[in-house]
Design a protein around this ligand. Structure first.
Ligand code: BCO
Length: 311
């Protein structure tokens, strides 16, 4: 669906791959749904704002790594309506962050996120509103996936329902010992609607995705590593200087991949993203376009001048 929508978007706007490259570069352009799909962005935004509580907090750091915190601890970081709107705003800020290289998504108070706020869900349980909320969240999470930043979900405690879906919108998942990712949708009489099923299939394959969704399986760090949903298990660490927090560990892990100038790291993410989302010939053309943005650029010229040896 994402690809079809992307294709439709491309066909509507004429030339294919150059357009996709421009889409990658233009903020808030990575949406799946627009008014041509009957999606009224402003209408659903206003409806969601009527269900307040919690916040989504963004900290952009000089290191080029930002931390996005799902913050609603009294409800195990469930997403209220206003938090869905908040998330969209934070994604817009990240799309405009020229110096950004990496992103860590975490939950407040040692748990990740328990999905959508059931109080808000009850109030908009009619199919029309459900579809609108679904399109709104798919748009936002697709834009999160397509950020030119290398992203990591730091999973502590529980990631349930929509919280599990959110973890799949990041490039990597680091699971703290004792944490659980669980697509509980079946128990709620639902399937994922925030794009989590489509992304899960690409991450773990359709057999594993069927098992996880069909069985509402509790994925612990060991199972997560085994099926490729998790990339590393984080344990509490004690060093001479004191305890290394899980957030510090996640930053250390991510910084291995974000060392270097922002335009180069962003280009790395863009070529991998196009390889992930596009048919091969389109991905190759996009790679060529992105290559053109770094070839002869400051980092390239500096590297050539320093005559490096990659030993
Ligand atoms: C397309 C999106 C689909 C979805 O996301 S559907 C939502 C899926 N999520 C759920 O069903 C989560 C339901 N909650 C639970 O299973 C449990 O509360 C949970 C997270 C395992 C935590 O269990 P405990 O540690 O025993 O804590 P608890 O139950 O006392 O919870 C503490 C307070 O948090 C609240 N809470 C947790 N998850 C919530 C949610 N999703 N929406 C609204 N409120 C939620 C819970 O009601 C409780 O509040 P209170 O203290 O009773 O006022």
């Amino acid at each position: 669906m994402v690809l079809c929508a992307l294709r439709r978007q491309l066909l509507r706007s004429g030339s294919r791959c150059g357009t996709w490259t421009r889409l990658l570069q233009r903020p808030s352009s990575g949406c799946v749904y627009s008014s041509t799909d009957g999606f009224n962005h402003q209408e659903i935004r206003e409806k969601l704002q009527a269900f307040p509580g919690g916040s989504i907090d963004l900290l952009k750091q000089d290191s080029g790594i930002a931390v996005l915190t799902i913050n609603n601890p009294s409800r195990m970081n469930a997403f209220s309506g206003s938090m869905m709107v908040d998330l969209e705003e934070r994604v817009t800020q990240l799309e405009n962050w020229t110096g950004g290289k990496g992103l860590i998504v975490q939950g407040a108070a040692e748990t990740f996120c328990s999905g959508s706020d059931l109080n808000a869900v009850r109030a908009i349980s009619n199919p029309q509103d459900g579809m609108k909320m679904c399109m709104f969240m798919q748009n936002t999470l697709t834009r999160l996936v397509r950020l030119p930043l290398i992203s990591v979900a730091l999973v502590e405690g529980r990631a349930l329902g929509g919280g599990a879906e959110l973890t799949t919108a990041c490039d990597f998942r680091l699971m703290a010992s004792g944490s659980v990712i669980q697509f509980v949708h079946k128990h709620m009489g639902l399937v994922p609607g925030w794009g989590g099923a489509a992304r899960l299939v690409r991450l773990v394959g359709s057999q594993n995705a069927l098992k996880l969704l069909g069985g509402a399986v509790k994925v612990d760090p060991e199972l997560g590593l085994h099926i490729g949903l998790s990339d590393e298990v984080l344990e509490a660490q004690q060093e001479a200087e004191g305890v290394v927090t899980l957030l510090q560990q996640a930053e250390n892990w991510l910084s291995r991949y974000t060392k270097g100038p922002a335009p180069v790291i962003q280009a790395v993410k863009k070529v991998v993203l196009s390889g992930r989302e596009l048919p091969l010939s389109d991905a190759l053309r996009t790679e060529k376009d992105v290559f053109g943005t770094v070839w002869g650029g400051p980092a390239n010229l500096q590297a050539l001048a320093s005559k490096p040896k990659h030993k």
